[in-house]
Design a protein around this ligand. Sequence first.
Ligand code: PGA
Length: 257
Amino acid sequence: MALRRPMVAGNWKMNGSAALAQELFKKFASKLQNDSAEVVLCPPSIYLESVRQLLEANKEALDGSLVRMGAQNLSQHDFGAYTGEVSGQMLKDSGCRYVIIGHSERRRMYGETSNIVAEKFAAAQKHGLTPILCVGESGPAREARRTFEVIAEELDIVIQKNGTMAFDNAIIAYEPLWAVGTGKSATPEQAQEVHAFIRKRLSEVSPFIGENIRILYGGSVTPSNAADLFAQPDVDGGLIGGASLNSSEFLSLCTIA
Ligand code: PGA
């Protein structure tokens, strides 16, 4: 039986502030338990240093509970003339452990193809970061019953470029596009169905990885729908957008997981 520690990751997107980070840590220090879910904060890059300092300053107060830091994006390149980009090594130096890869907003708005996503996945691992790989179908794809096809395609390109064993050090986030930022979450059954599909697909190549990889659900998760979503056997926590910007809601999600 795999022991997958639940994870709650907050994707601030282009929101938040150093003050929000401070507020979160104040709550964490008094409320997070040792056996709580692993908590990951993914602020905009400019606030990584503030979060790193807070992690350092609150080490004792956190008393063994797992709070870690992730970035929202990285360059697929190591260094060079890529204005505005941040490399995996830089994120690692800044204290990140995780990095979100292939979020639908980046795929849609910044032209990140599945090939680029696969390269970013490799770049993250090369620099010692654990990728949180986002996959998910659009509303029309779901209506056309193409959900599994889309998810399989997005996964397979990363597998082809990196090998299945690369998923030994990765997290997957199932984020249906129609649920991200819309207030319309997937039902627990819809989430479970896709999570089971992803796990099975990885199990076919490596039963160990299939059993052990953590698969998060993302898309309009709130304290009122989280318990049912997180209770699904193949849902190992959540990737949280909107609700990660409210310290009380985010803390309550961390304790539900
Ligand atoms: P949401 O975003 O929780 O605001 O729907 C989730 C995400 O984009 O990761």
